[in-house]
Design a protein around this ligand. Structure first.
Ligand code: UDX
Length: 438
């Protein structure tokens, strides 16, 4: 496994937990040291447990030495594919990993399969990875080496379970030999409880990943649009609307939580890459741009709602509860909280923030921009307004009396809709997606 980020490390650890001998490769020394000590370099429930079981027994071995791939039968490339300035995909790490992989298997006599797990735009496996691999290994794809695309759909916070029990497996291959090798490995990994397996062309597999993220992001922006409309109708709550439409099988009940907008390392990056990919081919996918614009707007809306409750935010103290882009993770990449904090500060507010898991990452991103509190109660102490940005259980345990006792004025924006509105009638409470009759 080349690249020990979320996808690489979770896939490596779950493979090892089911008895596959895995070599995990990364060029980040700190990351390697951490994993060798059976500690994931990021917060992911259940992962340290798997590392503890597999690292000690050396079923999972981590190193910065790429040449070790020559001792394996199959290598997965799971390095990052960040955005370039214009939103298009940056394939630098994929190219580098492919080159190093090819160099490492140049002298190898037995068959070796390379698998592209990184999210890459359609055509990358065949037009970018393939020529680099063939040139660096000195072998054409076919008898001696194989090449597949195998996108990953795991979510942060539930990555271990998602890796063990994926909804679907997609294998993109040019030839039966490489597809068969990867499929056999995955059949062995999943045993009797195997998920649906789709074997297709690499370009299709690559587009499946973008299609999945585009559809998921679309659902979030669509439910947020309905939430904003619901908020203009007294006593209508988007939660009830979502619950009802969730019963319609054509819609489905999952991914209908309205809120401050999506974040995380994938949706924004992948939508931008897909928009840019599509525009380069002469088609402007305006719907994808609208999904992104709707998402951006949610942050403006949170700030505007705060202003509506408090009046001018100039010099006001606003507590932001939650910095992670969702609960169960310490990841603040593209988090709605970061956008909202920016909007609040532009309106002149001073921000005090707290998150049960994401403080170290947030401190790197928000240097000198916010005051960090010790816990949720000290965050709201003396505040003029409180904005709930992440649905952590710790925050759900707060009661109306806590806000009344601690805050200067109990103005609350429940952007994740975690509190029961009927209990907050005495306070200045706004639930995103709930129309107020006041
Ligand atoms: C996502 C995809 O789900 C996953 O398949 C892909 O591999 C990587 O990107 P992840 O970023 O870990 O996974 O989180 P996800 O649970 O999908 O949530 C993404 C964002 O959407 C979060 O900010 C979340 O709060 C938000 N969201 C999700 C909503 O606002 N409402 C919902 O109903 C669901």
């Amino acid at each position: 496994m080349i690249g020990l980020g979320y996808v690489g490390l979770c896939t490596a650890a779950t493979l090892a937990s089911r008895g596959f001998r895995v070599v995990g490769i990364d060029n980040d020394e700190t990351k390697i040291r951490s994993v060798r000590g059976a500690k994931a370099p990021f917060h992911e429930p259940g992962l340290n447990n798997l590392l503890g079981k597999t690292i000690k027994k050396k079923i999972l071995y981590v190193t910065d030495d790429v040449s070790m791939v020559s001792d394996t039968q199959l290598t997965q490339i799971a390095v990052g594919t960040p955005s370039l300035e214009d939103g298009s995909i940056d394939l630098t790490y994929v190219k580098k990993a492919t080159q190093e992989l090819g160099d490492a298997i140049r002298a190898k006599q037995t068959y070796h399969v390379a698998v592209v797990k990184s999210t890459v735009v359609p055509g990358t496996t065949n037009t970018i990875v393939r020529p680099i691999l063939e040139q660096s290994s000195g072998k054409p794809i076919g008898e001696k080496i194989g090449l597949c695309s195998n996108p990953e759909f795991l979510r942060e916070g539930t990555a271990v379970n998602d890796s063990l029990h994926p909804d679907v497996v997609v294998i993109g291959a040019n030839d039966a030999k490489s597809a068969g090798t990867l499929k056999n490995l995955l059949l062995g990994f999943h045993g009797k409880n195997r998920p649906p397996m789709i074997v297709t062309r690499p370009e299709t597999a690559e587009l499946v990943k973008y299609a999945s993220n585009a559809f998921l992001a679309a659902r979030v922006s669509c439910v947020n649009t309905i939430a904003n409309i619901a908020q203009a109708i007294p006593d209508v709550d988007v939660t009830e609307v979502a619950k009802a439409i969730g019963h319609i099988p054509r819609i489905g009940a999952l991914f209908l939580e309205a809120g401050p907008g999506y974040g995380g390392s994938c949706f924004h990056k992948d939508l931008q890459a897909l928009i840019s990919f599509s525009k380069e081919r002469g088609y402007d996918p305006t719907m994808l741009s609208a999904i992104e614009e709707t998402n951006e707007y949610q942050s403006d809306r949170v700030a505007a709602l705060s202003e509506k409750l408090v009046g001018s935010l100039m010099g006001k103290r606003v507590a932001v509860l939650g910095l992670a882009f969702k609960n169960g993770t310490d990841d603040v990449r593209e988090a709605a909280s970061i956008r909202v904090i920016d909007r609040l500060r532009k309106k002149g507010a001073s921000v005090v923030a707290y998150d049960p898991a994401a403080m170290p990452n947030a401190k790197k991103l928000l240097v000198n921009e916010v005051e960090f509190a010790e816990d949720e109660r000290s965050a709201i102490k003396g505040a003029d307004c409180c904005v709930v940005m992440t649905e952590w259980d710790e925050f759900k345990r707060l009661r109306p009396k806590d806000f009344l006792r601690e805050m200067k004025t109990p103005n609350i924006i429940d952007a994740r809709r975690i509190f029961e509105p009927s209990k907050y009638e005495e306070l200045n409470y706004v639930r995103m997606g709930l129309g107020s009759s006041k």
